[in-house]
Design a protein around this ligand. Structure first.
Ligand SMILES: *Cc1c(COP(=O)(O)O)cnc(C)c1O
Length: 381
């Protein structure tokens, strides 16, 4: 069994992938070719914003977002400590100061009250992360941001396709950033990413920054990067696009089935609630519940287990891959502990010690999913 099965997806659409790649080889516009524009139009319309700017990766999208907002030395950017390193990396790369805050137990997403407490006159932006495919509390965060006149960049690398209060992830804030890394909900066959915004000036800035800050050929009006997404990668996503809505449905169905089966079959298992103290949690398995006003696309299906090493060893001996997203809160990583959260991040610490992700994807068969669930039952028995 694979942790994420990309082969079944490819087999289902292989002829369209071949046709789209062949079209790029025929026209030869490998950089900013027609597929780039076609993809950007489709994705902007899907998300419900005016502009989509495709870029070289999700990390590049976040960096270009900060650069387009003019964020740099002396500025503070508030983000979650419980995320993939790229979220904080770009803040440091832009020369700004990452300010790490704790997350909520029930979603593992940033705690809006903790955000508010960290706002200073130097705060320029908040980067909430829609972790595991479920959108963060964007409305609360937007309200805090607008009260203080600062921008919000959603790190939607794991949540493309998720819905929040009837609107799509990536279209909920000043800028939304996503990743098309192969294993993400919408993945190409290499690196790719995109920014989404309805702000014309930000979109223009992002377009220029992605090509070396170039306003016209050899006229560089700002500092930029080499951050374009390849035409061939856009062509891959265009081939995958007609299947994406079905894949989102499958992800939601398979994720919900994991939750239902775990709660039904493992006695003492529980759904994590807002008032739960994760440090003293004694459920053998705890699951994240989906909030009523939003969906999850389950980029990962992640649970909490008490003795992770033992459970992972059991899975390994059964030939079923697992992963840990993420084992160490970022403010405790060697390169980032200079910005450690002064009051600690107890929820993130408890999550980091217990989270474990199970095989997940739109093509996970019921048979394979049953094997995973049976293995989990046996591992915690
Ligand atoms: C994957 C990911 C990124 C980075 O995306 P890349 O395309 O790999 O650069 C950023 N943030 C989060 C939360 C991610 O999961």
């Amino acid at each position: 069994m694979q942790f994420i099965d990309l082969k079944a997806q490819q087999a289902a659409i292989r002829s369209e992938i071949d046709r789209r790649i062949a079209a790029v080889l025929d026209h030869g516009q490998y950089i900013l070719g027609p597929e780039v524009i076609e993809l950007e139009q489709i994705l902007a319309e899907y998300v419900g914003v005016k502009h989509c700017i495709s870029v070289a990766s999700g990390t590049e999208a976040l960096l270009i977002a900060l650069m387009a907002l003019g964020i740099g030395p002396g500025d503070e950017v508030i983000t979650s400590t419980f995320t993939f390193v790229a979220t904080a990396e770009v803040i440091a790369l832009a020369g700004a100061t990452p300010v790490f805050v704790d997350v909520l137990p029930e979603t593992a997403n940033i705690d809006p009250r903790a955000v508010e407490a960290k706002i200073t006159p130097r705060t320029r932006a908040i980067i909430p992360v829609s972790l595991y495919g479920q959108v963060a509390d964007m409305e609360e965060i937007e309200q805090i941001a607008s009260r203080h006149g600062i921008s919000v960049i959603e790190d939607a690398a794991q949540s493309f396709g998720a819905v929040y209060k009837g609107r799509k992830s990536c279209g909920l804030s000043t800028i939304g950033c996503t990743s098309f890394f192969p294993s993400k909900p919408l993945g190409c066959y290499g690196d790719g990413g995109a920014l989404f915004t309805s702000d014309d000036a930000i979109a223009q800035a992002a377009k220029e920054i992605r090509v070396h800050g170039q306003a016209q050929r050899y006229v560089h009006t700002r500092i930029g990067v080499g951050g374009r997404m390849d035409t061939i990668q856009c062509a891959i996503l265009l081939a995958k696009w007609p299947r994406f809505a079905w894949e989102v449905e499958q992800r939601m169905r398979i994720g919900q089935r994991y939750t239902d089966e775990i709660l039904r079959r493992i006695s003492g298992s529980a759904t994590i609630t807002a008032d739960m103290d994760l440090q003293s949690l004694n459920a053998p398995v705890a699951v994240f519940g989906a909030k009523e006003d939003r969906t999850s696309v389950y980029a990962q299906y992640t649970v909490l287990v008490a003795d992770r090493d033992a459970v992972q060893a059991h899975f390994q001996s059964s030939g079923i891959p697992t992963a840990v997203h993420y084992p160490v809160p970022l403010d405790q990583q060697p390169a980032y502990k200079q910005w450690a959260a002064p009051d600690g991040t107890p929820v993130a610490d408890a999550l980091a010690a217990r989270v474990m992700s199970l095989p997940m994807g739109p093509d996970l068969s019921e048979e394979d999913q049953d094997r995973v669930i049976a293995c989990l039952c046996a591992a915690v028995a």
